[in-house]
Design a protein around this ligand. Structure first.
Ligand SMILES: *Cc1c(COP(=O)(O)O)cnc(C)c1O
Length: 377
């Protein structure tokens, strides 16, 4: 890959591709014979860069992907990604031609939608989504007649049926019982399809599904968050994600260092006031880059030269102030780490998510296009 001369200019994402490869190997080793990874590279591969990540996965022999939107699928094809690309979400009929033109596979969100797809008039590859209890998309398990009718539609090439588990990450007894119910309802449907002469491929599991219900793999496993080496919450990390390693770091330059005198305020609304003389630094990253604004005023910290530097005042759209009184020798051009490791210190995505009151999936998927994606290993 040719590196842009602007990479690591102002603020950037570092990608540890060795860790991505490691995670692929770990996850593949969990699959039974005949089951393939179908990595979720939606939302720009959870902020990592969908084209970059998918190319790497193609090189590692991965031949199936899932994305959320048809435009995400088109982007992958235009950049030479091969293999099956499943669009997990709704595609508007005006965009059906893209499915055919770019050889994309569409999830059938329900029976009405199957009829719309069928009436487009060109052959379309589909996977039928089955609602086994999440009640988001999918035709209900019990509507066997509708599902059979979809198999018989002239313009639909049905290669798989799939469902999605909505509580597979939970260890609560009632959630486990519910999940087992979802799996059984789906498997029961598969038997009924077999009895009617249809033998589609199947997939059920996302990352937490694979970790907790590995016996239900089917033909594909739709791993997202685990591939990127990140648990959704810190609790998950302690529970089951031991072998995988984070791929992404977020970094920004120190743009200016100055002294703040006792009693002076800093930033918008002067939300911060110095209690004594101190050293502060401005970083060239802000909420428009995906840094959650709710980390303002001491909620979040960053790492500068291996030391923690608390965020002070309000995070701005493009800049952030930090307290570097406890950091020796900070100068303009130094790298601040917002997610990742500096010296002996690490700030994990889970920590940031916890401070921001959300899950790591949201933090990653909101990292903006303005951050350069750079391969560091
Ligand atoms: C996003 C998504 C996945 C991947 O989920 P992870 O929890 O990140 O592994 C799998 N299946 C569907 C239907 C999804 O929307």
């Amino acid at each position: 890959m040719t590196e842009s001369p602007f990479k690591k200019g102002r603020a950037w994402i570092g990608l540890d591709i060795e860790n991505l490869r490691h995670n692929v190997t770990v996850l593949k080793s969990m699959l039974p014979e005949g089951c393939q990874l179908m990595p979720a590279v939606k939302a720009d591969a959870y902020g990592h860069g969908a084209v970059l990540v998918s190319k790497e996965l193609n090189n590692m022999g991965v031949q199936a992907f899932c994305v959320a939107t048809v435009v995400e699928g088109v982007e992958l094809r235009e950049n030479g990604i091969i293999g099956e690309i499943l669009i997990l979400g709704y595609t508007h009929p005006e965009q059906f031609y893209l499915l055919a033109e770019y050889n994309l596979t569409q999830a059938v969100v329900d029976f009405e939608y199957a009829k719309q797809l069928n009436s487009f008039g060109q052959l379309i590859q589909v996977h039928i989504a089955i609602d086994s209890g999440m009640h988001r998309i999918g035709e209900r398990c019990e509507n066997l007649e509708h599902i059979l009718e979809m198999f018989r539609m002239d313009n639909l090439m049905v290669s798989a049926v799939f469902t999605h588990l909505c509580a597979a990450d939970s260890k609560k007894e009632k959630d486990i019982a519910f999940t087992i119910g979802q799996i059984e309802a789906f498997q029961n449907l598969i038997y009924q399809l077999y009895e009617n002469g249809f033998t589609p491929k199947t997939h059920i599991l996302n990352s937490s599904g694979l970790l907790n219900y590995p016996e239900c793999c089917g033909d594909y496993v739709r791993v997202g968050i685990a591939l990127y080496g990140v648990p959704s919450t810190r609790e998950d990390m302690q529970r089951y994600f031991s072998g995988i390693r984070p791929v992404l770091s977020v970094n920004a330059r120190v743009s200016s260092v100055r002294q703040l005198h006792k009693g002076e305020g800093a930033g918008y609304g002067l939300a911060f006031t110095a209690e004594e003389d101190m050293d502060i630094a401005a970083l060239s990253i802000g909420y428009a880059d995906g840094l959650p604004r709710c980390l303002s005023c001491g909620v979040g910290s960053v790492l500068v030269n291996g030391c923690k530097a608390p965020i002070i005042g309000q995070i701005c759209m493009d800049q952030t102030l930090v307290d570097v009184s406890g950091v020796s020798c900070v100068s303009t051009g130094d790298t601040a780490v917002l997610i990742g490791t500096s010296g002996d210190e690490t700030i994990s995505i889970c920590e940031v998510a916890e401070e921001a009151g959300t899950i790591s999936n949201e933090i990653m998927s909101r990292l903006s296009q303005r951050l350069e994606r750079t391969v560091c290993k």
